[in-house]
Design a protein around this ligand. Sequence first.
Ligand code: CU
Length: 581
Amino acid sequence: MNTLIERRAILRGGALGAVGLGLTGLLPAWAQSGTAGLAPQMPTLSGEDIRLKIGHDAFTVGGRTGHAVTINGVLPAPLLRLREGQNVRLHVENALDEDTSIHWHGLIVPFQMDGVPGISFPGIKPRSTFTYEFPIKQSGTYWYHSHSGLQEQLGHYGPLVIDPAGADPVAYDREHVIVLSDWTFFHPHQVIARLKQEGGFFNRQKQTLMDRIQGKDRMSHADRNMFAKMRMDPTDSADVTEAAYTFLINGHGPQENWTGLFRPGERVRLRIINSAAQTIFNVRIPGLRMTVVGTDGQYVRPVVIDEFQIGNAETYDIIVEPTEDRAYTFVAESIDRSGMGRATLAPRLGMTAPVPPLRKRPLLGMKDMGMGGMGGMDHGSGARAGTATAPAMDHGSMDMRDKSKVDFKVGVGVDMIAPNPVDRTGDPGIGLENVGHKVLTYKDLVNLHPNTDTRVPTRNVEIHLTGNMERFMWSIDGQKLSENPEPIRFERNERARLTLVNDTMMTHPMHLHGHFFEIVNGNPGNQPLKHTIMVLPGGKVSLDLTADAPGDWAFHCHLLYHMHAGMMRVVTVRPLDGEAA
Ligand SMILES: [Cu+2]
């Protein structure tokens, strides 16, 4: 068996490799379920006044220590546990020597409290404190994170759970918050520089990989090898892979094996949050079916599944009901199958279950190239993600930039316009089409409560997600945010239908601040509410929006490096309070 865990244990050695041997009771609790110095239990803050201090700390995973940006000294940041109906004042002290910020992801707040520097507030200067204050008007599973630079990649994120004012629509005996993330020992600016260089490499196609690696690099041999393994080809499904990333669950690497306890027979609620900077995960628990009861903090009708794909910034609440006195492995496999986050659910600390091997790298098909509706063209010859030889990439055989399809300028930053994008809300996500068990799709989501705004949308707004993969350029309607595109404007309380069209071959988890939109997924009256939605490659999705939150809001891809590259817009809802209509 050549599982990830064993491979890592061999490569990195260290005392924690013994965990896989099942030495129940022989190791102290932290060694079984935590990095040294981090308690297995998540630090939790509640009440009306909460103090958060953003600073630098060392972070250790897999026997190696790196530099992190932390909140109150921990990664992930403390769990904020609030109650619907309360007021909260969050005093955020910046102990960094650069600006910072906190965005409360999915929370309905006045725009001045939304925490996006340059859009909703000026940011928090070094050695200063900013107090956020707002009423809590909702319940469910959310999170919070930096909206400054690339700090999120360095550890600046944490979970936020709001208990309902009344009875919880979800019955459960026990719960665990599960924060998925990606950690790298590279500085994020190194990562982004490389992403751009890699693109140049694939453009030139003259050098061999080894020429490049052995060239003018001043990196250590180990780091060169790691980058050599990073696969960032034009048809790849992830930009940054396991070669550069350690996938974390509640701040624990696969070896540290974060463990959540249960008693057989209990209904266990898992609040799963994708806090990764650049990783979409496939989540499953071999041996346990999962009942989805919520997404993005909103309650849905229970749906039983075996696996789901979770985009950056999405959250899912699921119920599992383990009846046996045994351990189960919680698997969070990266979308490109280059690695996984691993945790364990067990009746006692120290128990482990088999870790499934990584599955084959996913293939991209005609749909992923925006040719979904062109039935006769799909010969079943899927292109392997990770090669540049996909048939559709042969620019000689088809015009991938048919400018007549769109009404924006198609410049060098756009390498493809999907010829025939289709609604993919019924698809399970890249690589999950034929896994032999039930995978959640967006069409399975039915809002538990009827939608409150039943008006028919009066305006259609089509928005294209665009890019040039080889140059690592990412944009909306062909323009980066730095090019000062016009904001996307809504009349206050306007009911509009947004259609997002993905003209690229990557999945983009798109997030709108300050609002929930409804996915138009064939469940009229009970369309699921989301703050973040994955738009599959070559696909499109329609969203009904009631623009009821006045102010300026960010709208962006939640892949951190895509947002950083410019896949972002300002959404403006007017009039403000007291302003003439
Ligand atoms: Cu993106």
